[in-house]
Design a protein around this ligand. Structure first.
Ligand SMILES: [Zn+2]
Ligand SMILES: [Zn+2]
Length: 120
């Protein structure tokens, strides 16, 4: 393809109009969503839901990468630190993620809501 024609090709491509339609509708969807959750801020995770997430002690082992750390407090895990596992397979210090969940229901790393597949 010749680069000079690339811009014209985009403008004339009917697929682009489809993309814009999709964007509009999803943007409206986002607006509606933010209106709906606007009332409920700050959005946290109920304590009894937090307690359904598994906890475990951090055990040093050669199988683990040496620089595993909690992305909330940014300190490296120490042997026997108490961690909490999220459904997305990320883990954090138990105390760190528990207080994080007072203001958010999303994993700090991948932003996936832990309430998605939970019954409240
Ligand atoms: Zn931490
Ligand atoms: Zn995650």
């Amino acid at each position: 393809m010749i680069p000079e024609f690339w811009g014209n090709g985009i403008a004339a491509n009917p697929d682009n109009y489809l993309d814009e339609d999709e964007f509009d509708s999803s943007y409206e969807g986002l607006l509606r969503l933010s209106e709906r959750i606007g009332d409920a801020k700050p959005k946290g995770v109920p304590e009894h839901v937090i307690h359904t997430l598994p906890t475990k002690p951090y055990l040093m082992s050669k199988a683990r990468s040496p620089d595993e750390r909690c992305t909330i407090c940014l300190s490296e895990y120490e042997h026997n630190d108490w961690l909490r596992d999220l459904p997305c397979a990320h883990d954090f210090h138990k105390e760190c993620i528990d207080s994080w969940f007072k203001n958010s229901d999303k994993c700090p790393i991948c932003r996936r809501s832990i309430l998605e597949n939970k019954e409240l």
